[in-house]
Design a protein around this ligand. Structure first.
Ligand code: ADP
Length: 306
């Protein structure tokens, strides 16, 4: 069973196509990153899955339940941690969670689970504080707890670490990792690409409403053809390069040489031999392998240049 199945999903706001023919499946138990620049359509997609927005065309299902025709069931399978900190300022933490439990038809029998969530998120000292007395980080924890009151197997986190300090970010990641280990499917949007790279196995990149990449992370990274060789030149080094290498040169601070090399066609050994022959001398050498940032930039900027 797919955790999420999306087929040819489209959403139009007047003449604006927020989503165009978006298709993807997310496996049960996956740790999935949904990436893309502002306006790419990530929130629209999340809102459609949560039943808050209606798609113009296509369909989507959560654990087999159509988000429109079987809204109640699909919504029950889904926990959404919103990006914005929206809450009633005068409710206490416990009231927030109890109320949310009630929306899912859960009463006192759910209290042990709420207590577990409160403990897991380090909210014990705050259960009786009203929301307006909590720090931003604490509010974010409450919103995460709130999304989990009904133990949803699929959890969407919309930029959970935006504006969160390093310590809390680390705690949140640990908590989210633990959820995933317990079998929850995690779908994450983030602008911190290094977080997506270290946490997620599957990556989708949206750009202006279209899927521009959808692949396991390793496969996506291996598709990128370039890496960089950076040399710290010594004062006696020659600076004139043979024309084959001159073409590969990129802007670098004085005293450094930066070459953009093709991962398959440019053999490091041959490049170093050519540099040696040209009299290029260096005291240090570093190879920078591409990461998600490079792949993302290439995919989301490629068509901006047209
Ligand atoms: P993201 O979450 O990736 O930043 P959104 O899904 O919020 O992107 O937005 C996708 C596009 O749809 C944007 O161009 C945005 O301006 C537009 N959009 C989103 N919601 C609405 C709405 N309610 N009415 C009109 N346009 C909208």
């Amino acid at each position: 069973m797919d955790a999420v199945n999306i087929e040819n999903l489209g959403k139009e706001y007047g003449s604006l196509k927020a989503l165009s023919k978006v298709s993807m499946t997310i496996d049960e138990g996956a740790f999935f990153a949904l990436l893309g620049p502002n306006g790419a359509g990530k929130s629209t997609l999340i809102n459609i899955l949560a039943g808050l927005t209606r798609a113009t065309s296509g369909k989507a299902a959560v654990l087999g339940y159509d988000v429109r025709r079987q809204w109640r069931k699909s919504r029950y399978k889904l926990g959404v941690v919103p990006q914005e900190l929206a809450y009633d300022p005068f409710f206490t933490v416990r009231e927030m969670l109890t109320l949310q439990s009630g929306y899912f038809g859960l009463g006192a029998e759910n209290r042990p689970w709420l207590d577990e969530l409160i403990a897991a998120l380090g909210l014990e000292d705050k259960v009786d504080s009203t929301m307006n007395h909590l720090s931003g980080g604490m509010k974010r924890r409450v919103l995460i707890a709130q999304a989990l009151v009904h133990r949803p197997p699929v959890v969407i986190l919309d930029e959970p670490t935006a504006g969160v300090d390093v310590a809390l970010r680390r705690q949140l990641w640990e908590f989210i990792r633990a959820l995933n280990r317990e079998g929850h499917t995690i779908i994450l949007t983030t602008h911190y690409l290094e977080e997506a790279e270290s946490m997620c196995e599957q990556i989708a990149i949206l750009d202006r409403g279209r899927v521009v990449a959808l692949a396991p992370k390793d496969e996506l990274l291996s598709r990128y053809s370039w890496r960089h060789l950076r040399l710290q030149l010594t004062p006696e080094s020659a600076v004139v390069l043979p024309s084959t290498l001159e073409q590969k040169k990129e802007a670098a601070p004085q005293g450094e040489l930066l070459l953009r090399l093709h991962r398959e066609q440019d053999h490091i050994g041959e490049v170093l031999a050519a540099l040696d022959q040209a009299g290029v001398k260096f005291s240090d050498l570093r190879i920078h392998e591409p990461g998600l940032t490079e792949v993302y930039t290439e995919l989301t900027e490629a068509d901006n240049h047209v």
